[in-house]
Design a protein around this ligand. Structure first.
Ligand code: TMP
Length: 239
């Protein structure tokens, strides 16, 4: 079994370092209608064909309890949800998801593909809602126990294109889809700023490209990432 040890900066717990083998956490991020969910499915299929053990999951959600929090979060009711309430619900779902699903899968050496994760909180609740991004980073660490994505794929496109796509595909409009154009523009800017800050972790893709072209682009980045680490992670031990 791999073991983890905690790292500290100025007395604060900042991360979990791993000793021994561990899986890989790849997150897919983007504004509404960016096509990331299709890419999760395609990437999962491709990696499975190549012999990797893959877990597909999503946020908010991924466990029965976290999925019920998701329904609460996305439902439109007459009551305006306070941004702090929204944030804490998302983080509650995340802590459950990490503890019950993501961490056990990583401990077993799987590649975990997660449709949205910590960067969505920084972009939506930070840049979109205007909550303090530094505080949100600390809250994310609290919720995840310090677990961070190894690689993040950001699908970027103009918000009008993304929202129109969702309408066109007759996808149900949830509480967040109905937010103002200003909100979605701030979220998009947030994602791009996060990517500029961490170019080694976050790869940006042009979400206006076709699903096929995007899948090829994603495959080449992910293959390079897995090769670069010289990893056999996620592959059965005898392969
Ligand atoms: P999805 O429709 O892409 O599955 O995402 C559900 C919604 O939840 C989407 O509008 C973005 C929002 N969300 C946040 O606001 N903060 C978060 O941390 C996460 C994970 C999602």
């Amino acid at each position: 079994m791999p073991t983890y040890f905690r790292t500290r900066r100025g007395g604060e717990q900042v991360g979990l370092k791993r000793k021994g083998p561990r899986g890989v956490l790849i997150t897919l991020e983007g504004v509404e209608g960016s096509g990331k969910t299709t890419q999760v499915q395609r990437l999962a299929r491709l990696l499975r064909e190549e012999g990797y053990r893959v877990l597909e999951t999503r946020e908010p959600g991924g466990t029965p309890l976290a999925e019920s929090i998701r329904r609460t979060l996305l439902k439109s009711t007459g009551e305006r949800m306070d941004p702090r309430c929204e944030t804490l619900l998302i983080l509650a779902a995340r802590s459950q998801h990490v503890a019950q699903v993501i961490k056990p899968a990583l401990d077993e050496g799987a590649i975990v593909l997660c449709d949205r994760f910590v960067d969505s909180t920084l972009a939506y609740q930070g840049y979109g809602r205007g909550l303090d991004v530094g505080l949100l980073r600390r809250l994310n660490r609290f919720a995840t126990g310090g677990l961070e994505p190894d690689l993040s794929l950001l699908f970027d496109l103009p918000i009008t294109t993304g929202l129109a796509r969702r309408r066109h595909n007759n996808l149900e409009q949830n509480r967040l889809d109905r937010e103002s154009r200003r909100f979605h523009t701030a979220v998009r800017r947030g994602f791009l700023e996060l990517a500029a800050r961490e170019p080694r972790r976050i790869a940006v893709f042009d979400g206006t490209k076709s699903a096929e072209t995007l899948a090829d682009d994603v495959a080449s980045i992910v293959r390079r990432f897995l090769r670069r680490g010289g990893r056999t992670i996620g592959k059965p031990a005898d392969s």
